[in-house]
Structure formats: C-alpha cells, structure tokens
Design a protein around this ligand. Structure first.
Ligand SMILES: C[S@@+](CC[C@H](N)C(=O)[O-])C[C@H]1O[C@@H](n2cnc3c(N)ncnc32)[C@H](O)[C@@H]1O
Length: 234
C-alpha cells in the first residue's frame, strides 16, 4: 500500500492524516481527538475499568498510526494510577517528520509531549518502558500475517482491544472472522473489543466468532460504534 499522506484539521481542531492511495482519513473528520476519546478511551478503557478494578491492564491496538490512542491511554493510566502494557500493530509506520507535525498535545504538559516523543522514537519489536505507568511493544507487521501465538508470546492475554483498522469498505480483508478469531483467542475472558465501525457485516463477523456485540452511541458525526465482549461464560 502506497504511503503518502496529507495533514488535515478535523472539526474539533485536532489533526488527522489523509491517506491518498486509500482515499481515507486516519480518524473521523468530525474530530480526531473526540473520536479517540469516545470510542477507545471512554467506551474501551474507562468502560473496562468501571467493571474490573485491576491495576495491570494489557491492551492490543490494531493500527498504531499517529499514536493518538496510545498517548491518550498513557495519560489515562497516569491519571488513574494504572500500569498498562500496550501492544500495537502497524504495517506502515509513519515517519518522525509526519508525527512532528501533529498538534495533539498543544494544550498538554511538556512531560506528556516528551512521553509522546519517546513513544514514537523507541525501537520497534521490543518492549519499551515509557514511564512507570505505560510500556509499549510496537509490532511492525500486517494484521493478516499475525497469529494468536505471536501475540501471546509478546503479551499476556489482552483485557482490551482497540480495533482501529481503516474502514471495512477500504480494507475488507482486515474485518473478517479469520482475523477476529485470531484476536479472540488472544483475549482474556471478560475482556472487550471496541471499534468505531458499526457496520452490519462487522457485527455479524464478531458474533460468529463468539463475541457478545453491543451497539453503543457513536462519537460526534456517527450514530453508532461497537463494543464486543468476550463474556466470562464463553
Ligand atoms: C485508522 S488508522 C489508525 C489510526 C491510529 N489508531 C491513530 O490513533 O492514529 C489505520 C492504521 O492501520 C494501519 N494498517 C493498514 N493496513 C494494515 C495491516 N494490514 N496490518 C496492520 N496495520 C495496518 C495503517 O497504516 C494505519 O496506521
């Protein structure tokens, strides 16, 4: 996949990237920051923590991209005094020049900015401690070539999955039962997967694999999103 991007400003003032070859943005044009906060932080991390009062959490993100979900997760881990081990997958890492143009942390502390830089500058394919609350393993690979075993060699079974691939109509090969099975098998019972897509085909594929799928209110500009539970009883 050709990797040429344009920087664009979304409705809430935060940046995203436009992927020219796919004709697709990395986040919602209605607000990259509000989408990330709503789908992944509130309905993923905060939702999970409201039901599971544990200190150490394992997260897997599909599509590391700009690192927006990762830095918001790190911030939440600091605020809530949690310890997060964050495994993320990316087939086409962005250049540091591209990352340096993003305005996500304009209103944040110098400390958070330096942690964002550290997260982007650290090595791929190894665990790196970013601070006492957050360690990251940036895995450079394609989702469709990644097995459950590989994931479980890197991490404990996951508590939360941030499924943030490009949209199903752009990359249908990433939203299949085969892929969801791989991820499902790497999850703890009682864990959850969140994604911004609420497409019928996605819902059906998740259910086929064994998830209990709920449609939640979407971020601004989108009616719904999905939250899929790997229930305790399964
Ligand atoms: C919607 S964007 C993710 C946005 C990202 N979570 C962020 O906060 O910036 C989708 C990401 O998936 C990556 N990607 C595309 N094809 C992939 C594949 N086959 N396997 C893994 N990642 C892929 C893209 O390069 C892109 O970074």
């Amino acid at each position: 996949m050709q990797n040429k991007h344009q920087l664009i400003t979304t409705s809430d003032g935060s940046h995203t990237l436009f992927h020219e070859a796919l004709n697709e943005t990395y986040h919602s044009k209605n607000g990259a920051l509000q989408e990330s906060l709503h789908v992944f932080i509130q309905n993923g991390l905060v939702n999970y923590l409201s039901k599971n009062n544990i200190k150490a959490i394992h997260i897997f993100e599909v599509g590391f991209g700009t690192g927006l979900n990762a830095i918001l997760t790190l911030k939440e881990a600091m605020n809530r005094n949690k310890k997060i081990k964050y495994t993320c997958l990316e087939a086409f890492p962005l250049s540091i020049d591209t990352i340096n143009q993003l305005n996500y942390l304009e209103e944040e502390s110098a400390i958070l900015k330096s942690l964002f830089d550290k997260m982007h500058q650290c090595n791929w394919n190894e665990w790196v401690e970013i601070n006492e609350h957050f360690s990251i393993y940036k895995m450079e690979n394609k989702l469709e070539l990644t097995s459950t075993n590989e994931l479980l060699q890197i991490s404990n079974p996951f508590n939360i999955i941030y499924f943030d691939a490009f949209a199903p109509d752009k990359q249908p090969e990433l939203w299949t039962t085969t892929i969801f099975k791989t991820i499902f098998a790497a999850m703890n019972n009682g864990s959850l997967l969140v994604t911004y897509s609420a497409k019928g085909d996605v819902k059906r594929a998740l259910r086929e694999v064994g998830f209990i799928v709920k449609r939640l209110a979407g971020p601004i500009g989108k009616r719904h999103m999905l939250c899929a539970d790997k229930a305790n009883s399964l």
